[in-house]
Design a binder for this molecule. Structure first.
Ligand code: URA
Length: 234
């Protein structure tokens, strides 16, 4: 499909208006500025951004939510508030949007939501080892030896120890832990393995994406064009 036709079909303006936007360099296709309205694009695959707004390839949507504690990472639940309930004004379960993986009910922070099953599946595949970074408040101070053990891999009762991780202490004593797996309650179980306990847990990064500091707990926003590209490259 022609780029100008695609943009007007996505309500970015009349054919004349979108031609003007394209010529002014305000439209990118897969990260590159395209200045010719007749350029052909594959609307099912190409990542088109117009004035900073992502026009989902294949019509997909991608959101980042700063999940609050006390909310479950599910589409629907008869008793509990779900992450989709927080987004009611914007997406509905029937839109096919779901959380990419789970954070525990009491965990806060970065949760991706999308209707792009293929990308979600890739990000969650145990073979991919996508990095996830957590800010951890622990019950007791961690020693250098604890950090080394967390980095090298600890026994959490699975067949194998956890994969190598990155662990460092921040000035306030909190632990910054990057893991490459997503086992059930993994961070909590890793801290138990070094005779400690998690008091509070917040995910601050997932794949190449960092939690937007500007998002208050419970707030969400659409991913930017660059962020969607990062996701597709992860
Ligand atoms: N590890 C945990 O223990 N809980 C989470 O929610 C995420 C990682």
């Amino acid at each position: 499909m022609r780029l100008d036709k695609f943009l007007s079909s996505r309500n970015m303006g009349s054919r004349t208006q979108v031609k003007d936007l394209i010529r002014r360099g305000l439209v990118t296709v897969n990260g590159r500025t395209v200045r010719s309205p007749e350029q052909k694009i594959d609307e099912t695959r190409d990542q088109v951004c117009c004035q900073g707004q992502t026009l989902r390839p294949g019509g997909h949507v991608y959101y980042m939510l700063n999940k609050p504690a006390g909310v479950v990472s599910a589409v629907r639940d008869d008793r509990e508030t779900t992450v989709l309930d927080l987004m009611k004004g914007c997406v509905l379960p029937r839109d096919g949007v779901f959380p990419v993986g789970r954070l525990d009910r009491d965990t806060e922070g970065l949760l991706l939501l999308t209707d792009d099953g293929e990308t979600a599946h890739r990000l969650l595949s145990p073979k991919r080892h996508v990095d996830k970074t957590y800010l951890v408040t622990t019950a007791r101070a961690l020693s250098e030896e604890d950090l080394n053990r967390l980095e090298q891999g600890v026994d959490i009762g699975e067949k194998r120890p956890t994969l190598p991780a990155k662990a460092s202490l921040l000035k306030d004593g909190k632990l910054l832990l990057t893991i490459r797996e997503g086992k059930y309650h993994q961070v909590k179980r890793m801290l138990l393995a070094v005779d400690n306990r998690v008091l509070a847990l917040k995910r601050v990064a997932f794949g190449g994406l960092c939690l937007d500091e500007g998002l208050k707990t419970g707030e969400y926003r659409e991913l930017t064009c660059q962020e969607v590209e990062i996701l597709h490259e992860t």
